[in-house]
Design a binder for this molecule. Structure first.
Ligand code: UT7
Length: 357
């Protein structure tokens, strides 16, 4: 039987760091509130478009796999913050990579988009439609942020990461997956201003109003993620003790701790980097995966558990078996263009733009 092994991985974080103290210069908030309620200490703000972040992440992932861009057969891009809605995000990346043979599609399930994209690529490889894929999770959410709303502005950040999947006969890659959507609660997280519904409002680019019922989303996130974890473990006859590392969606440290507790998983077995990047939506799980590899926390043949939730309210969990190799085959000679502005200056420019400046 064909499986889809993860053979390459790469991340791209924009360099400009926005601290909690920076946010407190223009919002009524403080470091103590943000850290105690979310665990977040800083996040990145991008000076480039999503396609630029994705290009660097994908080149790094392809180099790690030792796969030529021309051999890529599929690109699946998980995001909700497209540079353009038409044409899609994946086709722009395809052109930049020179991946002439690839099919390219976007998947938007908000914060779960990377894992839903992983399921899509996994299915197309396992059914023989393609033999390999580049799967991305990336967002430049700062462009769509309502920077006057402290309830959301402190939570999110920009970033991108990619993995390469390749067909194999070995039982590697996705072992089990559970996808779902709590659609009756879809109105608890809405970014008003993104989408055709607002086309005749003459809203300026970047001016959004976020509907965000934090405590309700929190509750449903914990239920959705821990329920999905239980289902994928049961599907393979495994228990929490069989999991080597949990790499969850990084929205809020308290959500991660609650999911771990409900699932009987000690926090030492959970990879956390939300303090450094905040919630990067679709990018959180793949960036955390890459950083877990870099930190030596993914060992050969380990079993990983990847739970996530996002607007929709979508939820999911994936059980992943790693292969022999935990080091990249090669490195890509590619970097983002330098940034000459601080994160605070980048945000101030976005605020001025949304006010018509
Ligand atoms: O990936 C999917 C994205 N969704 C999420 O991650 C959302 C999940 N929810 C959460 O992470 C949490 O609910 C939040 C972090 C959003 C909020 O934490 P909370 O403990 O649920 O706080 P709360 O919303 O109940 O607000 C408590 C207080 C309120 O003041 P009052 O009404 O008690 O006077 C808020 O106005 O905290 C206030 N508050 C803030 N204070 C300082 C809200 N945001 C801030 C802020 N700084 N940034």
């Amino acid at each position: 039987m064909t499986h889809a092994a993860v053979t390459g991985w790469g991340k791209c974080l924009p360099p400009s760091v926005l601290t909690n103290a920076d946010l407190a210069t223009f919002l009524e908030t403080d470091d103590e509130w943000i850290v105690s309620r979310t665990g977040i200490r800083e996040r990145r703000i991008s000076h480039v478009r999503l396609e630029d972040l994705a290009y660097v992440a994908a080149r790094r992932a392809l180099a790690a796999a030792g796969l030529d861009p021309e051999a890529v057969e599929l690109i699946v891009f998980g995001t909700c913050s497209f540079d353009d809605q038409v044409p899609n995000q994946a086709s722009g990346l395809q052109l930049r990579l020179g991946a002439k043979r690839a099919a390219s599609l976007d998947v938007n399930t908000a914060c779960t988009s990377f894992l839903y994209a992983l399921s899509t690529a996994n299915a197309l490889i396992r059914t023989g439609v393609v033999r390999n894929a580049v799967v991305l999770g990336g967002e430049v959410i700062s462009t769509f942020m309502d920077w006057s709303n402290r309830g959301v502005a402190v939570l999110f950040g920009d970033g991108c990461a990619a993995v390469v999947l390749e067909a194999t006969d070995r039982e590697e890659g996705v072992l089990a997956e559970k996808l779902g959507c709590d659609a009756e609660a879809r109105s608890t997280l809405v970014i008003q201003g993104m989408g055709g519904r607002y086309a005749d409002f003459q809203r300026r680019y970047g001016l959004t109003d976020w509907v965000f019922e934090g405590p309700e989303i929190f509750k449903r996130a914990v239920m959705g993620m821990s329920g999905a974890c239980a289902e994928v473990l049961a599907a393979r006859g495994l228990t929490a003790a069989d999991i080597d590392l949990v790499i969850p969606h990084q929205a809020n440290l308290r959500i991660i701790e609650a999911v771990a507790k409900r699932s009987g998983l000690p926090m030492e077995q959970v990879f956390v980097n939300v303090h450094r990047y905040g919630n990067m939506s679709a990018a959180t799980v793949p960036v955390a995966l890459v950083e877990a590899l870099e930190a030596g926390r993914v060992t050969p043949h380990s079993t990983l558990l990847l739970p996530a939730f996002g607007a929709g309210l979508t939820w999911c969990a994936h059980l992943l078996r790693w292969g022999d190799r935990v080091t990249p085959k090669g490195e890509a000679d590619v970097e983002l263009p330098a940034c000459d502005r601080t994160a605070l200056q980048l945000v101030q420019a976005l605020i001025a733009k949304s006010r018509g400046g």
